[in-house]
Design a protein around this ligand. Structure first.
Ligand SMILES: Cc1cc2nc3c(=O)[nH]c(=O)nc-3n(C[C@H](O)[C@H](O)[C@H](O)COP(=O)(O)OP(=O)(O)OC[C@H]3O[C@@H](n4cnc5c(N)ncnc54)[C@H](O)[C@@H]3O)c2cc1C
Length: 338
């Protein structure tokens, strides 16, 4: 808990909200127990991702924890909706379009379902997610982060910040904060069949956490990243299921070696080789800064690449998986507090 709290403070600086971090860290163990025990979600693999001081990210063996969690919860929700419980009424595929207000108090919602409009009265909790998929000219992104409007997004169509807009449209608008906080993820896959698509498929952070490096068109690194020095073969094994999935979606290609990759993409092989050779060595300016409280021997500004001693698994440029292209994409707008 201490490590997570300190890492959040280090990353978010003045934006950090201690009570939120405490809630997330203090409740994380029970939340995982709830998902594993009540919903049978397998979250037993614990891995170390970029910027973490030790392994603390739970996921399932398939490597797609988001899907494992979402599908288990949806299954349960569907079952509940089909067997009505007198305590709860579930409206599926409904879209809230208005908050009902009386004397400056929210007393319910109006929602659309099919052709109908329905009013539901009672306390309201807004949980409609972020707005990173809203690139409309008068949308929240245009308003708060116009500099990001041109970027693609890895969000689903639903992430248009409806709850925020509804709350801001009240006669007494809700107080909001942190609306400028939008996370840009460095790796949205460019689908060769739809290179200009506004919505991109996310290349999981696990790829970089396991040791994947991001190279530019010249074969040079351009951002921090790459979790683990000397983990070539083991890293490929760690994210094999991810890679198989991406290959099946034509988002990633499998090459027998770096030379084949270089030939296919036109990136000079020598540049690729020298990038990998210099990874984690002196002069590698893209090492990752670690948490200041890290107990590892190298101290605050150590690079992960250098901080971990080689484990006897040198980077192997044979039998690698290489995505043809990735692009920075809007990942999530942080969930603002209302
Ligand atoms: C590709 C991808 C991968 C991710 N991977 C991870 C990960 O590995 N680990 C991690 O911790 N986080 C991950 N995240 C982030 C995480 O998914 C989000 O932070 C989280 O889902 C936000 O939860 P939420 O409940 O606030 O919103 P959401 O999960 O977006 O849920 C909002 C819900 O509200 C519904 N809704 C929206 N508008 C309306 C309306 N008007 N009326 C009715 N319903 C509405 C939507 O349909 C949706 O079901 C990932 C995000 C993306 C996009």
């Amino acid at each position: 808990m201490r490590s997570y709290t300190d890492a959040a403070a280090f990353t978010y600086l003045s934006l950090v909200r201690p009570e939120l971090i405490t809630a997330l860290t203090a409740n994380s163990a029970s939340a995982i127990a709830w998902l594993t025990d009540t919903f049978n979600v397998d979250l037993y693999v614990v891995s170390r991702l970029a910027g973490h001081t030790f392994s603390r990210t739970h996921r399932d063996k398939s490597g797609a924890p988001g899907w494992a969690i979402t599908s288990a919860l949806m299954k349960k929700l569907t079952a509940l909706a089909d067997e009505p419980d007198p305590r709860v009424e579930i409206a599926k595929s409904a879209r809230v379009v208005r908050l009902l207000e009386e004397s400056a108090v929210v007393v319910g919602v109006e929602y659309e379902v099919g052709e109908s409009r329905v009013e539901a009265r009672g306390n309201v909790v807004l949980a409609t997610g972020g707005y990173a998929a809203d690139s409309s000219p008068d949308g929240l992104l245009a308003q708060h982060r116009p500099d990001l409007l041109a970027l693609a997004t890895t969000n689903g169509d639903h992430a248009t910040g409806d709850g925020l807009r509804l709350a801001l449209a009240l006669a007494a608008p809700a107080a909001v904060c942190d609306l400028t906080q939008v996370q840009v993820h460095p790796t949205g896959f460019v689908d060769p069949a739809h290179p200009d698509a506004k919505t991109k498929f996310l290349a999981a952070e696990a790829l970089r956490g396991a040791g994947g490096l991001l190279l530019d068109a010249h074969g040079a690194r351009f951002v921090r990243g790459g979790g683990k020095e000397g983990r070539g073969e083991r890293a490929v094994e760690e994210v094999k299921k991810h890679c198989d999935f991406y290959v099946s979606k034509n988002l990633m290609k499998r090459y027998s070696n770096a030379a084949a990759f270089a030939e296919d993409t036109g990136i000079p092989l020598n540049n690729i080789l020298s990038t990998f050779a210099s990874y984690g060595q002196d002069g590698d300016r893209f090492g990752t800064v670690i948490c200041p409280e890290c107990t590892c021997r190298c101290g605050p500004s150590a690079r992960i690449g250098r901080q971990w001693s080689s484990n006897g698994h040198p980077i192997n440029l044979n039998a690698c998986h290489w995505p043809p292209m990735v692009l920075a994409s809007l990942f999530v707008s942080l969930k603002p507090h209302i």
